[in-house]
Design a protein around this ligand. Structure first.
Ligand code: SAM
Length: 182
């Protein structure tokens, strides 16, 4: 895409205050992660610039603040990537989710995947909800959930654990998991 019309569009859309944080969607960009979504949710205004075809003229990069990639694959255009960014960011804005506390323990918060969720009934096709969740013991449930987060992250995304600074209690739970799961 040529620089001239794209930069004219960026400048027109940037008019007014506060100035937006201008982000170019690009497979070469900084990886879009939950931490980046949290960072963008604190911005007053963001402007997402989408490429098409072979991408954008290199000089356009001088007119944006950052480049974001939503993953290691190539889409036909930036619009789908922009929608992913919009959805991940807007759900973090105050008032979007009724119970803000439910954001606290979901996947990637604190570098861990989410614990397994269950709904009613207690038994579905011979698959029972873990008994501890029906025990009413809130402390035991919180410990079980934390352990499940650690277990799932260890199994599926060990890379997340490598970069996460864990509390002593979590390290103890991980040792327990290692003994149980091998
Ligand atoms: N030639 C480019 C390359 O190899 O890096 C790919 C261009 S792609 C076909 C066209 C546009 O889709 C890009 O300019 C970008 O806006 C968007 N796009 C494609 N993959 C993307 C990704 N993983 N993350 C963010 N945007 C992406």
């Amino acid at each position: 895409m040529r620089a001239e019309p794209l930069v004219a569009a960026i400048e027109a859309a940037s008019e007014g205050l506060p100035a937006p944080r201008r982000l170019l969607l690009s497979p070469r960009g900084r990886r879009f992660r939950q931490a980046v979504a949290e960072e963008l949710a604190r911005e007053a205004r963001i402007l997402l610039v989408c490429g098409r075809y072979e991408g954008v003229d290199e000089r356009v990069r001088h007119f944006v603040d950052d480049e974001l990639s939503i993953g290691d694959y190539v889409l036909a255009g930036g619009e789908t990537a922009a929608l992913a960014v919009v959805e991940a960011v807007t759900r973090l804005l105050p008032g979007f989710i009724g119970n803000a506390g439910s954001l606290e323990e979901e996947s990637f918060r604190g570098g861990l995947l989410e614990y397994p969720q269950y709904t009613r009934p207690e038994v579905f096709r011979e698959l029972a909800v873990p008994a501890i969740l029906l025990s009413g013991d809130h402390q035991a449930i919180a410990r079980w959930r934390r352990k499940q987060r650690l277990r799932l992250t260890r199994q599926r995304r060990p890379d997340l654990l490598e970069t996460e600074r864990l509390a002593e209690e979590d390290r103890e739970l991980l040792r327990e998991i290692e003994r149980e799961d091998g």
